[in-house]
Design a protein around this ligand. Structure first.
Ligand SMILES: *[C@@H]1O[C@H](CO)[C@@H](O)[C@H](O)[C@H]1NC(C)=O
Ligand SMILES: *[C@@H]1O[C@H](CO)[C@@H](O)[C@H](O)[C@H]1NC(C)=O
Length: 348
């Protein structure tokens, strides 16, 4: 690879309009980062809380689709989380990339601090960045660099220039204009996003192929949740331990999908697999004969089908509550007895 220019990002402008310039615009804040990423995209996230004028840290992570590949703790190098995290970069190239990230982090911190001073921004505040690229064979590369202040988008790098976020306060426009004057930073960023990022993604996809293409079958089971009302049941279908993340879970009667089912978020298990629950609120008399159907790429077209049978699913929540209640009673009793004993001893 050719030379790796040193990244001097955030040679940030010297003129934010007012301390209010960076305040979130209104109540309709989006989550940051907003868009999900495909499995052939790489995203670098970092979050930088600034507690006061002297305390800050920047912690980051690298994600290939939904899989974390690297961690980047404050004050340290980028660490590999997978045996294949170096992708196809040579040791030398990787070393240089580390240096680019060191320079980036310290420049970023310094510049943000300077702005805070200049604009009399109130501490504490948080700045976040989400940057990377998506590579799809046969279609143009998509790269992105978004930043957020206090959880709201303020600024992004689009193509070859900085653009304020659609609903961002006025300050973001001023900043974009200033940033756009710095051709060196823009060139460096373009090079990182459009040359290095896709190169890294392609290498990671190749080196990590076995891991990335693994298929793990889900387990599924039923339970009932807290009754939503008199004469009603909350049926819960749990699906756990599957990989990759896309999964299809429905409550059905025969071939008929039941409307009104509530699907939770797909949550990560500690071992890198996923968990999902889908609930259905039904009249108690109508639960029998309902099924939970699970479709997943690991099942080879053979759906998992679980039948609801009345009376066979003890509400787990109640058991937990009962156990907790008795633990509390026993614990309370012991504490009371110990206290009494101690006070008797104090007297003696
Ligand atoms: C800055 O914040 C850190 C972390 O909250 C705290 O420990 C430290 O005392 C603060 N320093 C000043 C000068 O306020
Ligand atoms: C984060 O790292 C920088 C140097 O890399 C250091 O100066 C700073 O104190 C660290 N922050 C915390 C909270 O440890």
């Amino acid at each position: 690879m050719e030379c790796w220019p040193v990244l001097l990002l955030w040679g940030l402008p010297q003129m934010w309009a007012s301390p209010d310039a960076l305040r979130p615009p209104g109540p309709s804040h989006r989550h940051f980062p907003a868009e999900p990423l495909s499995s052939t995209g790489l995203r670098v996230l970092h979050i930088s809380p600034f507690a006061n004028s002297s305390w800050t840290r920047t912690d980051g992570s690298f994600w290939l689709g939904a899989l974390q590949t690297h961690s980047w703790g404050n004050g340290s190098d980028i660490h590999f989380l997978r045996p294949w995290s170096q992708g196809k970069l040579s040791d030398h190239q990787w070393e240089q990339l580390q240096q680019v990230f060191w320079v980036y982090r310290s420049s970023f911190t310094r510049e943000i601090r300077e702005f805070a001073k200049m604009l009399h921004l109130d501490y504490p505040f948080v700045v976040q960045v989400s940057a990377g690229c998506e590579v799809h064979p046969g279609s143009p590369l998509k790269s992105f660099f978004h930043s957020a202040f206090q959880g709201s988008d303020i600024l992004s790098f689009q193509g070859t220039s900085w653009v304020p976020a659609p609903d961002a306060p006025h300050g973001a426009e001023v900043v974009s204009k200033e940033l756009n004057k710095d051709q060196y930073v823009k060139d460096t960023l373009e090079w990182l996003l459009n040359d290095i990022c896709p190169q890294l993604v392609t290498g990671l996809l190749e080196a990590g192929q076995q891991d990335l293409e693994k298929q793990v079958k889900p387990e599924a089971w039923l339970s009932s949740g807290p009754p939503p009302g008199p004469g009603r049941l909350l049926l819960v279908c749990h699906v756990s331990g599957f990989y990759p993340e896309p999964v299809w879970v429905r409550w059905m009667r025969g071939e008929q999908e039941q409307p009104g089912a509530q699907q939770g978020d797909v949550l990560p298990n500690a071992d890198g697999t996923w968990y999902l629950r889908v609930t259905l609120d039904v009249a108690a008399g109508e639960a029998a004969g309902l099924t939970c159907r699970v479709r997943h790429s690991s099942l080879g077209g053979q759906d998992i089908v679980l039948y609801w049978a009345d009376g066979s699913h003890v509400p787990v929540g109640w058991i937990v509550a009962a156990v907790l209640a008795s633990l509390l009673l026993v614990g309370g009793g012991i504490t009371f007895w110990l206290k009494k004993r101690r006070s008797y001893q104090d007297i003696l």
